[in-house]
Write a protein of this length. Structure first.
Lengths: 434, 434
């Protein structure tokens, strides 16, 4: 198809949903993507670009001329247009904006002026606002007779003459109200609202909590400036969970399957480097006990077990803590209770594995003392892992550092160092006595 | 408050949103939770129970009498009632169902008969369905005049006389259509639909992909049986991401902050036990090289570095792979390309760290040979980590085992064993030659 060009393509793509066009683009070879878009010309719906990986979008936008992009974003909802333009560099952004009609340019510029990841960047700026004294009939007539309304809407907002938000009426309620009622008499009281500068993650959690499909966005003077829709929120929540998961696994949040090898190597190197430093610290701990290892090589055989049990127990606690912080379930109110719980869990698991592994080590080596040593070391390291696994993310969070990204190396360092130190240290004491 | 009881509580809770009542319940001491509900009596909205952790809900339901529960779920939407009842044991379920009026009992029973985690369990069964030959005016009048409609709806469905789904009309479109138009003339063509037995995760991904706020659910004969709403889908997506994240961290998917210590210990023990077996395998690999370690204790100091670099690189690749499988971005079509990419990334990072750590080891130990040995071992283990990190989750997925839960121990075993074996093996060869 790519070689032949022409009409057929247009027919083929015309019936597809934008999400499917997005998948089609991702499946193509990188060179073919901008070619497809140029070939489709006016028939290509730029909304499809909001559905592809960031890397793919950036590559495509680089290949397309600024004229083509300006033409393409022109017909989009403001939120989609902002989403496409926000990753471009400033000179390209400015050039594209200049090619747009004044009204759209201003709307886009305002969207781009909000801070990154704020509600203002993601909101739809078209929304239906009516004065409080209108009747239900007037409102319905207005909706029916105004041609230039947003594509999709679930609520009608009530505003005062200064465009300050007074309330909201969901469509289904509007439909069932009596024609003669004043619109403000059926408005939802205490309606949730968010500010344009609010972080999109907080907006998403709010909408999830109260099961909202849309929420009005207001500026600092409480004036209605837009509306956040649930479909954008679903993507935000998904993105946040994705970021945390990747961060915990030591991968950059924006790593995607379509990234180049070089980009991936650069992204993963820092984490492995942090881990190397951690490992060097552990190695230097081991180094101080060289004499004991020389005296009893069995210590070298068993010491990775202690460290790996500690590392895994620490990761368990850290995972739960990071997730609880991200979903706002862990705060000052319950921190102490959770810390105590984790310590108890660590101690109990430590006791269990101390008995288990202690017995095994004693039987394997034929030295009962070695069983006692490894048992003691395991109890210490599993308790330390529990404490470190919860205190480190909590401390990072309080220092405004994302605990999902940074906890891992710290927790591993703590469990490794404490693991090697307690095991080899106790062994050395024991060796020196006997 | 809890001691005094009475009227005040009712006033206090009456104005709260169900999500806030849920948080309130979670913040209370376990004993006080059912007491609060009993005190509130009819004023307690059982919807709040859908907003609390599973453990908290189960504890509360155990304390409440079946009469109280039956009374409480009676006024709920079917999906919320099913959500509350599904975790109870069968005898309690049956007893509660018997206390309900026939109509509600049948609706609930049908919901509970669908498989766990299916769309049928989560859907709302109330929905608005009209025949295709109605006019827009007739449809609007019907919505306005029928008192017993669902609380919230975003679409009107069109069905034939056998209740088979023909199409759907979003409310905003309905509002803007001309009164005289036939309702089927404004219906969305090719509307997405799902089956009641479909897995809720697939439904969620479909709704996310096509940005839907609601999607009709049909049975095997394509008859409309309910509707999935976006707010439920948000929870499903969140739950799935949560499960994957916890699984990768070695924690049971349903572990929550409110779990008891004993439940948490039992939940985490199996993972640590799996890790112990892994560690024992590594230890036995080390054990075979005891003589070499005895001859050169520096090997014992450096070997944990090799293993930990391998483990971390393996986790990176595994995290990306597990996430890509979960979001359906990795399939047969691109598996080969991704495997090749991961191998190249592994090899390049291997080369980089081999040079880095090799130089450091040679300088530290004063034995240049040791630098070459650790460099070679690092390259082998980082490439093996990349291959294992992607092939193990893919293989588990093909065997229908959840890769998020089970990949970890396998990947660690592979990287540890290959790490220790290659480092100590190469060292032994070198020692025997010199």
């Amino acid at each position: 198809i790519q070689a032949g060009d022409g009409e057929d393509l247009r027919d083929l793509v015309a019936d597809l949903h934008e999400a499917d066009v997005g998948s089609l683009l991702e499946a193509l070879q990188p060179d073919d993507r901008p070619r497809l878009i140029s070939l489709l010309g006016k028939n290509f719906d730029f909304t499809a670009l909001t559905e592809v990986d960031d890397t793919v979008r950036e590559e495509i936008l680089e290949e397309l001329s600024n004229d083509e992009v300006a033409e393409g974003v022109r017909d989009l909802d403001v939120d989609d247009a902002v989403y496409i333009l926000e990753d471009l560099d400033h000179s390209d952004q400015a050039e594209i904006l200049e090619k747009l009609p004044a009204l759209e340019r201003i709307a886009l510029q305002r969207g781009l002026d909000y801070p990154e990841d704020s509600a203002g960047r993601r909101m739809q700026t078209d929304c239906i606002a009516v004065p409080p004294f209108w009747s239900v009939r007037q409102t319905v007539d207005y909706i029916r007779d105004t041609p230039d309304l947003p594509d999709t809407f679930y609520e009608v907002f009530i505003v005062d003459p200064a465009h300050r938000l007074l309330g909201a009426v969901p469509l289904d309620k509007l439909m069932r109200a009596r024609w003669g009622d004043r619109i403000d008499s059926i408005a939802t009281e205490d309606h949730q609202r968010v500010h344009a500068t609010d972080d999109q993650e907080n907006v998403a959690l709010l909408m999830q909590r109260y099961n909202l499909v849309s929420v009005p966005v207001v500026d600092d003077s409480e004036r209605l400036v837009g509306v956040m829709m649930v479909d954008d929120i679903v993507d935000v929540l998904d993105e946040e969970a994705d970021e945390d998961l990747k961060a915990l696994g030591g991968v950059k949040a924006d790593e995607e399957l379509s990234d180049s090898v070089w980009y991936t190597v650069k992204g993963r190197f820092p984490w492995l480097f942090a881990n190397l430093l951690t490992a060097l610290i552990s190695a230097s701990v081991i180094d101080t006990f060289e004499a004991s290892i020389q005296a009893m090589v069995a210590l070298a055989v068993l010491m990775p077990i202690v460290a790996s049990m500690g590392g895994n127990a620490g990761t368990q606690t850290m995972t739960v803590t990071v997730r609880a912080i991200a979903t706002r379930q862990l705060g000052r109110a319950n921190a102490w209770r959770v810390i105590r719980r984790e310590m108890t869990v660590g101690l109990m698991n430590g006791l269990g594995f101390a008995l288990l592994l202690g017995t095994m080590a004693a039987l394997w080596s034929g030295v009962p003392g070695l069983g006692v040593i490894i048992g003691l070391a395991l109890m210490i390291v599993l308790t330390a892992a529990a404490v470190g696994g919860i205190l480190i993310p909590l401390a990072l969070h309080r220092l405004k550092i994302d605990p999902a990204v940074s906890s891992g190396p710290f927790v591993t360092t703590v469990t490794d160092v404490i693991g090697f130190f307690s095991f080899l240290g106790i062994a050395t004491l024991w060796l020196s006595r006997s």
